[in-house]
Design a protein around this ligand. Sequence first.
Ligand code: 6U4
Ligand code: NA
Ligand code: NA
Length: 154
Amino acid sequence: MHTTHYTLIFIKTQNHVLLGYKKRGFGQQKWNGFGGKLEENETISEGAIRELFEESNLVVEKQHLHYMGVVTYDDDVHRRIVYIFSASQVEGDLKESDEMRPQWFEFENIPYHNMWPDSQFWLPLVLNDHHLQARFTYNDYKIYKYNVEQLDVI
Ligand code: 6U4
Ligand code: NA
Ligand code: NA
């Protein structure tokens, strides 16, 4: 089984979240947070900060980055491990990139029908500042089975 590690970050306010419309590559024509493959010689946080900057021109300081948990995706041939972050304090001017067209959405208006089909099961937890751990098995781009756990420290 081939494993790839990714980051995914959601920039949010109290009731809005910033998504990007993916213009090319894996997941194209879907809305999602910003992120991508982890590179060698970078920490997971560094990867999240780098991908956000590359795709949106926004800068988030490490101390404003919140690690929310991990989502694992399995299909017949791949395991994708996605490290989820949120941040509410960012700097820089939001810009469209070659890869992403950014847009703010109210929490009540998130385009789940135009996102990965798993997002609806776990993104609400992230938006409500809950930590999570989730696992999805995909078969032919459809969810075959899944498990989502909220993991808050009490
Ligand atoms: P390249 O073009 O190689 O530079 P890169 O930006 O490194 O691409 P990319 O865009 O392929 O990586 O990363 C995919 C993004 O989509 C990551 O942020 C992880 C995320 N992702 C992958 N599968 C997902 C899924 N089923 N549900 C989801 N996000 C997913 O919500
Ligand atoms: Na990406
Ligand atoms: Na990348």
